[in-house]
Every structure is written in structure tokens, then in C-alpha cells.
Ligand binder design. Structure first.
Ligand code: PLP
Length: 393
């Protein structure tokens, strides 16, 4: 299996198509095959990198891992400066669990006050079971993040955050973590490697819920980490092997198949989202819209400076109606859509929405009536008509 060697010269829109393909031999496959093996022929001492048992390493994972490394590894100017290693997991949460396991008992994690809720619930368990201190910060407040790094072991960043769409100053907070010897991880699920490359800004680890945009069709649950630190990669792989949080071959194969169209899907989803956000901001039935594309959004300037595009997730709070509570009003909008899917998750080709606080585990500072819209790739006018009628219902 070989990747195209000149990745650093290629645009990410090309890398998603070209990376992780088999070697070009006459009559050879152009797509990676789907090898199904729990074990490999193996005798005597196993040398590093040799396949032996499929929980430890599996060639079914390699094409996708290589493609993800090619996407996250550089900005096209740093050649092969430690391209890095990709490590797939059975889910985004399994990847988060592997990262939290890097923190020693009694250690300290700095993390956003608003971030993916299951990750925050797991952080609470790590605190309770391992005596770990959690320092929750407003990830947009760079001075607060920097102050919280003192004596910490790990900085977890989401940007834009789920579901509040807050944008962190990535170069500043990652640079500060590096300077104070604090390991940093960026959950890049919302932005995708097409939107930003945290390793270039100094992150030690990039995390993905591949379930979302990378796989892109709401038919796979998968996670991944990318790091340029070989020692760290070995530790994370060992965690995966011992805890057994490995994906099946078909999930990874589907993820690479989905990745092939990421650039097209994300371009369309982002342009749909920016247009919908613009229209929603003027809608008489809307009280508040959050999308970093809006010029007066708090994250707009930062997103412009450090991202390529503004992502395709929108936060909306419907205008309240007399005699109807804010929660009932928001739920009524979800009940009224016909094309948009009422569902959790995001990043698929199909547009979805949900009221985030319907989950008891969502942060209480997330407004109770906040709808999170994951904008898909349908025709903009169909999406708009449906949303407009649902808001007016
Ligand atoms: C969904 C999600 C996760 C968790 O990933 P799973 O694949 O569902 O385990 C982590 N981070 C973010 C930002 C997510 O949206």
C-alpha cells in the first residue's frame, strides 16, 4: 500500500481523492481491498510493524489512517516534516478515552466549558475515579486558558465548540500549551482538516469523530487520532490494543469511501450553512443565530484568520411566542420540519436538527431552546422553505 509521495504539494481537495490508494502496478486494484482477518501468519519473534494479531494492528485500517495523516499533517509548505501517525478507534469517544488515559492520577485537565457532552461526562468520571482536577474555561478567553495551563497535564480544545460554536484562538492557546509543557489535543470534528489543521498551529494530537464529516453518510461510527510524536503514538496504540477499542474493517473501508467526496460535500454544506445563517438572521421568527460566517458573530474574526471556511453547523433560538414556553416553542419547530431530519449527530449529507438540551447531560449554560442545525448538501431553496415553514408553524 503506498500513498502518493508528493502530498505536501497537493491541495487537500486532491488528497481526499488520492491518498490511501494501493501501489500502481499493472492490473492492480485502484481501491484498497477489504481484508478480513483476525490473525496473520506469524511465528517466532514479531518485529515492530509486522502484522500478527488484528487487535494490535490491522492492514484494513492503514489506507484510511494514511489519508488522514496526509490531510492533517501539513499546510503544504513543510514538506514531510514529521508527517505523523494516524490511529483509528471504534468511535470518537474511544479516541477521547485514550487521550484522557494519558493524564496521570491526580493530574489536571484544562477543557472548554462547552464541548461535546459525552466527552465532558467522561471527564467528570475521570475526575471522580482518578482524582484528576478539571479546569473548565471559556475557550474563547485566551488569557483565561493560558492562566489555567499552569501545572496542567492536558489541554483539550474544541473549536468551533459543540454546540455553542465558540472559536478559540488556536495559535495562541496551542503555542502557550507548548511553551508551558502542557500536552494539547484539538477535537477537529466540526472544522475537518479542510477547515483547519491544528498540528500546524502546534497541537500534539488531533482528534476526530470520523462518524461525522469524514465518513459523512450517517452510516458509520468511528474515531481517529493523529500525532507527529512517535512516542505518544506508541502509547495511544498500546491503549487501543489493551482496551480493545478497535474498529471493524468495513467501518474503516466505508470511512475512506466517504472521505473521497469530503471536499465536495463540505464545500456545499458550508455554503448552504452560510446562506441559511444569513437568511435566519433576518427571519421574524428567529431570536438568535450563531454561525461564524456572520460578520457580527463573536467568532467571526478569529474564524476568518485561522479557518478555511466557517463550518456547516448553525445554532438557532426561535423567537418566543406568547403562551408557549421557550422549550415547547423550540420542540415545535423540530416537530414541524418535513425535509430536515429530527436526529442527533451531524456531518452527514442529510440536514438534521435537534434541541441540544433535550439531553440531560448537555451543559446547563447552553440555552434550553438552542437548536443545533447540521446543514447537509441538499438544494438550498428546499432547505430554506422547510425551515421557514417550520419556524412559522
Ligand atoms: C460526535 C462527537 C464526538 C464523539 O464521537 P463518536 O464517534 O460519536 O463517539 C466527539 N467530539 C465531537 C465534537 C463530536 O461531535
Amino acid at each position: 500500500m503506498s500513498t502518493t509521495p508528493e502530498h505536501s504539494e497537493l491541495s487537500p481537495a486532491t488528497i481526499v481523492v488520492s491518498a490511501g490508494r494501493p501501489e500502481r502496478v499493472q492490473g492492480g486494484h485502484i481501491n484498497p481491498s477489504l481484508p478480513l482477518n483476525s490473525t496473520y501468519v506469524s511465528r517466532g519473534v514479531v518485529t515492530p510493524g509486522e502484522l500478527s494479531y488484528a487487535r494490535g494492528d490491522n492492514d484494513a485500517w492503514h489506507p484510511f489512517e494514511q489519508a488522514l495523516v496526509a490531510l492533517e499533517s501539513g499546510d503544504g509548505t513543510d514538506g514531510d516534516a514529521g508527517a505523523g501517525e494516524g490511529i483509528v478507534f471504534s468511535s470518537g469517544m474511544a479516541a477521547i478515552a485514550a487521550v484522557f488515559a494519558l493524564v496521570p492520577d491526580g493530574g489536571t485537565i484544562v477543557l472548554p466549558r462547552h464541548a461535546y457532552q459525552a466527552g465532558m461526562v467522561l471527564a467528570d468520571q475521570v475526575r471522580d475515579r482518578h482524582g484528576v482536577t478539571l479546569r473548565h474555561v471559556d475557550i474563547t478567553d485566551t488569557a483565561a486558558v493560558v492562566a489555567a495551563l499552569d501545572g496542567a497535564d492536558l489541554l483539550l480544545v474544541e473549536s468551533p465548540t459543540n454546540p455553542m460554536l465558540e472559536v478559540a484562538d488556536l495559535p495562541a492557546v496551542l503555542g502557550a500549551a507548548r511553551a508551558s509543557g502542557v500536552r494539547s489535543v484539538v477535537d477537529n470534528t466540526f472544522a475537518t482538516p479542510l477547515g483547519q489543521r491544528p498540528l500546524v498551529h502546534g497541537a500534539d494530537i488531533v482528534l476526530h469523530s470520523v462518524t461525522k464529516y469524514l465518513a459523512g453518510h450517517s452510516d458509520v461510527v468511528l474515531g481517529a487520532l493523529v500525532t507527529r510524536d512517535a512516542g505518544l503514538a506508541a502509547t495511544l496504540r498500546e491503549h487501543r490494543t489493551l482496551h480493545g477499542a478497535i474498529p471493524g474493517p468495513f467501518e474503516v473501508w466505508l470511512a475512506l469511501r466517504g472521505l473521497r467526496t469530503l471536499a465536495l460535500r463540505f464545500e456545499r454544506a458550508q455554503s448552504n450553512a452560510a446562506e441559511l445563517a444569513r437568511r435566519l438572521a433576518d427571519h421574524p421568527e428567529v431570536a438568535e443565530v450563531r454561525h461564524p460566517s456572520l460578520p457580527d458573530d463573536p467568532g467571526h474574526q478569529r474564524a476568518r484568520a485561522q479557518m478555511n471556511g466557517f463550518g456547516a453547523i448553525i445554532g438557532v433560538r426561535p423567537r418566543e411566542r406568547a403562551g408557549l414556553g421557550a422549550v415547547e416553542r423550540a420542540d415545535a419547530v423540530v416537530d414541524a420540519v418535513r425535509l430536515w431530519l429530527p436526529a442527533t449527530s451531524l456531518g452527514g449529507v442529510e440536514s438534521m436538527l435537534e434541541r441540544r438540551r433535550r439531553w440531560g447531560t448537555e451543559a446547563v449554560t447552553v440555552p434550553e431552546d438552542l437548536l443545533r442545525l447540521s446543514v447537509g448538501i441538499e438544494h438550498i431553496e428546499d432547505l430554506w422553505r422547510d425551515l421557514d415553514q417550520a419556524l412559522r408553524t
